[in-house]
Design a protein around this ligand. Structure first.
Ligand SMILES: Nc1ncnc2c1ncn2[C@@H]1O[C@H](COP(=O)(O)OP(=O)(O)OP(=O)(O)O)[C@@H](O)[C@H]1O
Ligand SMILES: [Mg+2]
Length: 361
């Protein structure tokens, strides 16, 4: 699929602007703080229903305005799709082809993107939160079932955690098993889907990594905690784990086992990459994971996502830049940079120059 057009109204530093994108490579060039990341953030928002950088959507609204509006026209194999999001301070309205969508799971995944920026280093170097967020956003874009399971899981988890904070220990112990059954059933679905996803991702990421490093480094990914068997068996195992931790959970006041605590194991040349890799290694490993994500989206939905590369060229050495450009030839890509000529090497592209929240000719 490709995104054809993007219109921003009162979004971040944009007053009103429309971008026309082409198949293949699109370059957003401009000096620092002009609105390049803001533009790609809007594309990402329409794909995932989530922002890149913030928790409070209010920050997406141009200062002094009451709402922000993002709309995009995508071309998928099912035809044209129109996506719109109107963001108010405390709520938002989503529309798909002009019809209001009330559940975000019905909005997410109609347009797909893979996002990569220098910050993606966190995926390798930071704690498990980043890696779970990656899994959740990525799998949700191709599986509505996963997105729904995740919503339900978080709801039940909140209720279980609230119960754990209660003062009445007897009541807690009597009620926990009821929540555990429900929690374990959805948790098992999430775990199963993540394991399937990681098995696919690992092969593709290893391939991308070998390509980027000329076979110099080996990358492998897996779920840190492995559960065997079908969903039913995993659920039973989880119920046992949950009940084995009652004492600790009550003491802590939250649930200490489950997919909200799991991690991805990332191994580079036989060693755990989390916390040990160099900047360059981590960057390349993260990029390999993202390129693998592009392939998974292709395999699962039959079409490539929009690849967003925010400010990454300057961070890669020359051979890797060229390799990256060669690798992404067949996908629509929106690439931001400060100096287009330094990253292109004569590659054909649609070049858009941005200054102060406006496209300049
Ligand atoms: N809600 C908002 N209202 C008005 N301006 C905003 C809002 N949110 C962000 N901005 C401004 O938008 C500007 C551009 O931000 P953006 O991150 O898109 O820059 P950029 O072109 O990607 O720059 P860089 O090359 O440094 O990454 C920033 O100066 C920021 O202060
Ligand atoms: Mg930026």
């Amino acid at each position: 699929m490709v995104v054809k057009k993007l219109t921003l109204k009162n979004f971040r530093n944009y007053e009103e602007e429309t971008f026309s994108f082409e198949d293949g490579l699109n370059i957003l060039a401009g000096r620092n703080a002009q609105g390049k990341t803001n533009c790609v953030e809007a594309v990402f928002y329409l794909c995932t229903g989530a922002s890149l950088r913030i928790r409070h959507e209010k920050q997406l609204i141009r200062r002094g305005e009451e709402y922000a509006k993002i709309s995009a026209e995508a071309e998928t194999r099912f035809g044209r799709t129109l996506l719109e999001a109107v963001i108010f301070e405390n709520r938002r309205e989503l529309r798909l082809n002009g019809n209001k969508v009330t559940r975000s799971v019905d909005f997410v995944g109609n347009m797909r993107s893979v996002f990569f920026s220098p910050g993606e280093l966190r995926l390798i170097q930071d704690g498990p939160d980043e890696r779970r967020r990656f899994l959740n956003l990525s799998i949700s874009q191709t599986s509505k079932e996963y997105a729904q399971a995740l919503l339900r899981y978080n709801r039940i988890l909140d209720q279980r955690n609230n119960l754990l904070k209660d003062r009445d220990a007897q009541m807690i112990l009597e009620t926990l098993p009821v929540w555990d059954e429900q929690l374990a059933a959805v948790a098992a679905r999430i775990i199963k889907k993540r394991q399937e996803y990681l098995a696919e991702l690992s092969v593709l990421a290893a391939d991308a990594h070998a390509f980027l490093t000329d076979g110099g480094e080996q990358l492998s990914l897996s779920a840190e905690k492995v559960y065997h068997g079908e969903e039913g068996e995993i659920a039973k195992k989880l119920v046992r784990e949950l009940s084995a931790n009652y004492e600790r959970d009550i003491r802590l006041g939250f649930t200490s086992v489950g997919p909200h605590r799991d991690d991805i194991k990332i191994v580079l040349d036989g060693a755990d990459a989390r916390g040990f890799s160099s900047q360059g290694q981590a960057r390349t490993a993260a990029l390999s994971m993202k390129l693998a994500e592009v392939e998974i989206f292709k395999n699962r939905s039959g079409e490539a996502p929009v690849l967003i590369l925010d400010d990454v060229m300057s961070e890669l050495d020359l051979p890797r830049r060229k390799k990256l450009l060669a690798r992404i030839k067949d996908v629509q890509c929106i690439l931001t940079c400060t100096h287009a000529e330094r990253v292109l090497y004569g590659a054909e592209c649609n070049k858009i120059k941005i200054s102060g929240g406006k496209i300049v000719p």
